[in-house]
Each structure stands twice: as structure tokens, then as C-alpha cells.
Design a protein around this ligand. Sequence first.
Ligand SMILES: NC(=O)c1ccc[n+]([C@@H]2O[C@H](COP(=O)([O-])OP(=O)(O)OC[C@H]3O[C@@H](n4cnc5c(N)ncnc54)[C@H](O)[C@@H]3O)[C@@H](O)[C@H]2O)c1
Length: 250
Amino acid sequence: MTNFSEKVVLVTGAARGIGLSLATHFSKLGAAVALADLSADDLATATAGIRADDPSARCMAVEVDVADRASVEAMVAAVIDTYGRIDVLVSNAGVWKNLTRGPFWQLSNAEWSNTFKVNTEGAFNCASAVAPHMIARKSGHIVFIGSAAIGEALAHIPHYTASKSALTGLMRCAAKELGKDGINVNMVNPGQVDTGAFSREQMESRALTKFIHRVGQPRDLEGIVTLLASDEGSFITAQQIYVDGGGVLN
Ligand SMILES: NC(=O)c1ccc[n+]([C@@H]2O[C@H](COP(=O)([O-])OP(=O)(O)OC[C@H]3O[C@@H](n4cnc5c(N)ncnc54)[C@H](O)[C@@H]3O)[C@@H](O)[C@H]2O)c1
């Protein structure tokens, strides 16, 4: 299996939830990890947690707004300045918890475009900023965190579903364009994962609609993201993989 102690992994939206879980996981595998997010305070707590578990962990915090191209370029420059390169981008930052819910015709244009600005353009910004460095090194792995919502047509959150559906197109085009440079690009679509947005009762009742009757946890994403970010998974590209306990076929 790939020796991640030689790898540099950049995770966006890493101050909490799925992003923090993945960053912590790659750190445990020995990678140098850059945790990028909006808030310096939240990032300080996140990196302190990783170092508390392992004082020898190599991790850095980078403040970024993925929706802002200049901020993303500065994030990538800071990681390369510190660790010399980026082997893996996990483009995870996204908005969903505080989005206005409602039928599509009642959503404002601002709600629609703000969602796309982070979830879609943010991922575009991050992939675009790391691509030239990966191309120069003729290797790299890009993993977009999408959502199983794109296969379920969830009601009352069309702006979110559309913003993540658009990532499929970006992912496939990026995979085609970067393949000749030894870079694989894929998308992982979580189903409902417990990151604090829903009550235990809500999560458990939703879990009963899946093939596998348990609540998804951030750690459920570790295996597939690790594979896609590894040498062993480097021939897998342009794929979207659902990690949702089977819900998307219901
Ligand atoms: N948890 C779920 O059930 C679930 C299901 C499907 C998909 N997802 C996707 O997984 C990803 C992580 O979800 P989560 O539940 O951990 O969310 P979360 O809200 O707990 O964490 C998201 C992180 O992204 C950061 N972020 C938001 N906007 C940002 C921006 N403009 N720039 C930089 N960072 C930004 C937030 O500050 C936060 O730390 C998201 O893309 C989400 O859409 C989550």
C-alpha cells in the first residue's frame, strides 16, 4: 500500500465534519496534511486536536475562502511553500447545513448563486489552482466530495443538488484533461453522514430507508478516499462513487 509518509494532502473544509475526519485519517497514515477552511480559530482547534493525538504529526492550517480564486491561489502557494508539493487534493468544502429549504420556484437567485459559488466554483477554483503543480510533477490525485443527493432528487434543496450535480461534469472533464499527466480525478458522494446537523432520531429513521440500516459516519469515507488518493487507485479516474449505505437505489 502507498506510503503516505511521502505524500502531501490538502483537504478543504477541514475544520470540522467530514473534512476534519479525512485530514485526521491522512495524518494517521503519515501524510503531511494541510487543513484549509474559513476560520483561523476553528482551524487552530482542528490542528491542535491532530497534534494532541500525535505530537509528531505534520499538519498546517490555511485560512481560505474557496469561493475566492485569489484566496485559493494563496492557499496552494502556502502549502507548497511549507511542504514543497501537493500530491492529493480533497475538495470537500461545501455549504448545506444552513441553506434555505423550499421548492425551487421559491428560492432567490442569490441563494442559488451563493450555493454554486462555494460548492461548484469553489471546487473549480481548488482543482484549477493545484492542477498546474500536479501537471509539472506528472502525478496527483483529486477527489471531489459531492453528495448522494444528486442521485436521489431530494426535495426542497434543488440549489444544493444542482451545485453538486455540476461537479460531476467538472470531474469528468478534469479527469480527461489531466489523465495524460498521470493525475486521476474522481468524486465521492456521501449519503447522510453524522456531522451534527440532525438529531439522533432523525438520522436513525433516515438510516432505515437505506439498504444498510445504520447512520453514516465521517469515517465511512476514509477507505474510498484513501484508495483514490493512492498509487493503487491511480488507474481509477472519472468515477463517482456513492458511500451511502445503498440509499441512492431506493
Ligand atoms: N454530512 C452529510 O450528510 C453530507 C452528505 C453529503 C455530502 N456532504 C458534503 O460533504 C462535505 C462536508 O460536509 P460536512 O457535513 O462535513 O459539512 P460541515 O458543514 O460540517 O463542514 C463543512 C466545512 O466547510 C467549510 N466551508 C464552508 N464554506 C467554505 C468556504 N467558502 N471556504 C472554505 N471552507 C468552507 C466550513 O467552514 C466547514 O468547516 C460538504 O461538501 C457536503 O456538501 C455531506
